[in-house]
Write a protein of this length. Structure first.
Ligand code: SF4
Length: 318
């Protein structure tokens, strides 16, 4: 058997189970943002630009999802530049039969495209096996995240983690929730810095953390109708800022932030990300916790002066 088709992606709405069942190797990426995206004239989301660079360089195929305009534009530019791209339409609305049907049709369209590029059309038994494997991995990671914080999620992404050293013990550090858009490759340094100045991340509610993992699959139906179970878990359950209405995102925050024991929320968003702009007040209201907004850019993973702002926030929470 030849090498498997390598399919790269960044969106949590691309199911690795489906890619595996299509005979592909799923590579979920946390690409590195370019420091030049801090320049105000750039105007494009630093993460979408990083995904565009990754599409030009990683994997045989890159799957983009239509979760925001910036990602759509990145997909168009990658395709125009000659990359082999698939744009997965993810319905913005929630839990209606039409939305689930659309998402299922999109997965089937993806399977046909991958089959034409060297993969295969998935069979139900292979899909159910892949679902069990991926679910077991996610459960291990979630259990580990309760002890190690955001570092545990490294296992769900292609490429090595980039943390500088072992996680320091929580000690008297202030418990915090990290909420918002995706972390890039360089943000391991930010997580380490938060630890070094007295914060302890007890909940990773970013796009690359616990919030966007699908819920447990319905075990009673997984063998009989795996595609339907997969579609319900991914299209009907992930509480993301891209979904309309955003009640599920706020229900998740209202439940998970207090449960985690976090005393404050760090709201992170890549610079020029509109979907996560202007959520700070609503998150504070929903969680009953103070919120500090942080824009992420460049190699430092943070704007100058960010350490001082985090320190002042921690002081306030002590
Ligand atoms: S970080 Fe924001 S603007 Fe950028 S791709 Fe994600 S949702 Fe879109």
């Amino acid at each position: 058997m030849g090498e498997r088709l390598r399919v790269a992606y960044v969106s949590p709405f691309v199911p690795p189970e489906w890619l595996e069942a299509c005979g592909a190797e799923p590579l979920r990426l946390r690409p590195r943002r370019d420091p030049r995206d801090a320049v105000p004239a750039a105007g494009a989301c630093a993460f979408a630009r990083a995904a565009l660079s990754a599409a030009r360089g990683g994997g045989d195929v890159f799957v983009f999802a239509t979760t925001c305009d910036q990602m759509r534009r990145a997909a168009e530019r990658a395709a125009a530049g000659g990359a082999r791209v698939f744009l997965l339409n993810v319905p913005a609305t929630w839990q209606t039969p039409a939305a689930l049907r659309l998402y299922r049709e999109e997965l089937e369209r993806l399977a046909r495209a991958l089959a034409a590029w060297g993969g295969r059309v998935p069979d139900p038994a292979a899909l159910a096996d892949a679902m069990r494997r991926q679910e077991a991995l996610r459960e291990e990671v979630l259990a580990e995240a309760a002890r190690r914080g955001p570092r545990a999620f490294d296992r769900l992404f292609a490429g090595p983690g980039a943390h500088a050293g072992p996680e320091p013990p929580p000690g008297r550090r202030v418990p915090l929730a990290l909420v918002g858009g995706p972390l890039g490759a360089q943000d391991a340094a930010l997580v380490d810095r938060i630890a070094s100045i007295g914060g302890h991340i007890v909940l990773d509610g970013t796009e690359t953390g616990a919030r966007t993992l699908p819920p447990r699959f319905d075990r009673r139906r997984i063998d009989a109708e795996p595609v339907a179970v997969l579609v319900e878990a991914y299209a009907g359950s992930i509480p993301d800022v891209s979904r309309r209405p955003d009640d599920a995102l706020y229900a998740w925050l209202r439940r998970e932030v207090p449960l985690s024991g976090a005393r404050g929320v760090l709201l992170v968003r890549p610079v020029w990300c509109d979907p996560w702009a202007a959520h700070a007040e609503r998150i504070a209201e929903a969680t009953g916790r103070p919120v500090l907004s942080l824009d992420l850019d460049g190699d430092a993973g943070a704007r100058p002066g960010m350490d001082g702002r985090i320190e002042a926030f921690l002081e306030m929470l002590r």
